[in-house]
Write a protein that binds this ligand. Sequence first.
Ligand code: NAP
Ligand code: FE
Length: 368
Amino acid sequence: MNLRYYLPTRVIAGKGCIVANAPLLAKLGGRALVMTGKASAKKNGSERDVIAALESQGIAYSLFDGVEPNPDVANCRAAAALARMFKADFIVGVGGGSPLDAAKAAALLARNDLSDAEVFRNDYRNAALPVVAVPTTAGTGSEVTQYAILTNDSIESKSSISWEGCFPVLAFLDSAYTATLSHRTAVNTALDALSHAVEGYLAVKSDGWSRALAYEAMRAFGKTLPRLADGFYGGDLRAELLLAANMAGAVIAQTATTIVHAMGYSLTYFKNIDHGRANGLLLAPYLDFVVAANPEGVREVLAAVGCRDLEAFDDLLGDLLGERETISPDEIRRFTAIALKTKHVGNTARSPEESDIKSLYAKGLRPL
Ligand code: NAP
Ligand code: FE
């Protein structure tokens, strides 16, 4: 048996959980940097609750509310500079995957002087500042992963920091915060989480432990996604989605992602398609592609999400995605060349050739 897993984040879920568990923050120090995106944390109650929890413990804080969607290293450096100036003992990341990943990168940069080339080396001298994660999308699962995924203009794509020192020490899941998500962002972020569970289930690096978690996450998506597609977005549904996304994050922390994510990065970088939607567009063609290498695995995926066959899975995703974006022959050529260079190829159950990746793009989008 070849098994290895590591999951060091304390996860606390429930209504009002941040304020109720504020003493856990005091154990991390007396000075905190709070990092958020530009607007959403002020509207959904998460920033208010984090500040109330910090104040209840007499913890001084400074606010960096300038995290961009799909942040780059420069954006994280600005936050790291504030963390240093403020002498923060820890960082609280509040928001979707973008602020959570930016918090991890800033926590690393606050303690390490790194050139842009060194940022993605995944080998650092000093421990990062501890990170507390408060997700406000039910999507990335970043609150339980060691990854910080940043826009990297030098390769015209995204690059990952993947380092055990980037696991958040603490994560608070309160589905009250996801109530303000637009239907489109709720769908797109759920598709990201579904991709994590499905890709993780079939990944070369999967094992019995990660598959058990992925299966349960997929079962939850099988129940929730049809309701989401029908326009439901009540409190119970939101809580189930947040938990399923969290489980799917714990899956990819062990298995990493596959060709779907590698291909999706170009759709985000060049075509500005949201991260989760980019994966969602490619997910059904990907299952159809890997079925030849792992028919039993794909059957199990379909059973978990409650789809009788690949066509039913494609229909479910079609309902969630609506009209698909177009893609030109030149885009397919360029994006394929980028995806082929990634390590995700080797983690995909059936190793894709250039022609396979081109065909996945053509099936997932509308070729011009
Ligand atoms: P996001 O980029 O964090 O946020 C997308 C949009 O949703 C932003 O405009 C944000 O507004 C808004 N938003 C967030 N929470 C909201 C709420 N509760 N109500 C209303 N609007 C809200 O989206 P995401 O999909 O969660 O994260 C994507 C990023 O995560 C990508 O960079 C992706 O590569 C990365 N990712 C990381 C991992 C990992 O393991 N680390 C895994 C998968 C993906 P504001 O900007 O105003 O906050
Ligand atoms: Fe993702």
